[in-house]
Design a protein around this ligand. Structure first.
Ligand SMILES: [Mg+2]
Length: 217
């Protein structure tokens, strides 16, 4: 019944990035604008789950251009994560093998930077394993378009000529993005999500990628 399967990346295909790596990248972005002692709260606010409102609020505190700051922050964040990938600290999960046995066309839609996803495709030699993949460019426009916005899932579905895809993710924003795209979702409850409570209901809940085959065949 599904004509394609689209995956979130972080926490689904590859392990999460160590939070201190993103935090350091944010601190370096502040340093690039001569802010040497940003508050912990502001660094945290621009590390994960960043929204336009939050970005504008923090940048106004330091009289920074949100556009310029964000480009620096996101470029730093991607470079730091690429170093982590190459150093073996952000590996693919072992059950990635289950994905290769699925016959469906496959895509990736991530809220990580597109450059980070490109590095993953290159480093793990996944070219040809996924027919399409999207991450964000380091722009404010793409912060607006990240999940739960359906924008990138819809682009991936168009690329895959899919009318009924399944989206696999490990976050509430993934489930909401699938809902907003009008498609089913599978929430993968890996160990880092053992205590996660969702305020919206995924179509399926799975423990690992091996459980996908029974859902889609
Ligand atoms: Mg994720």
């Amino acid at each position: 019944m599904y004509d394609a399967i689209i995956f979130d990346n972080d926490g689904v295909l590859t392990e999460l990035t160590d939070r201190t790596v993103i935090r350091d990248a944010v601190c370096k972005a502040f340093e690039a604008f001569d802010v040497t002692n940003p508050s912990d709260e502001h660094v945290a606010a621009l590390s994960i789950g960043v929204t336009i409102d939050r970005l504008e609020r923090v940048c106004s505190e330091y009289d920074l251009s949100p556009t310029a700051f964000w480009e620096q922050r996101d470029t730093n964040s991607s470079r730091a994560q690429q170093a982590e990938i190459r150093a073996g600290r952000k590996p693919l999960y072992d059950d990635i093998e289950a994905v290769w046995s699925l016959e469906h066309p496959r895509g990736i839609v991530s809220s990580n930077q597109h450059a980070t996803i490109e590095c993953i495709i290159d480093h793990f030699e996944l070219d040809g394993r996924f027919e399409t993949y999207y991450g964000r460019k380091p722009t404010i426009e793409h912060v607006r378009k990240k999940k739960p916005n359906p924008y990138f899932i819809e682009r991936a579905m168009a690329d895959l000529e899919s009318e009924n895809a399944l989206y696999v993710g490990d976050s509430e924003s993934d489930i909401r993005a699938a809902e907003n795209s009008g498609i089913d979702s599978a929430f993968i409850r890996r160990s880092h999500r053992s205590d996660t409570l969702l305020s919206t209901e995924p179509t399926y809940e799975i423990d690992d990628l091996w459980e996908l085959e029974a859902l889609v065949s």
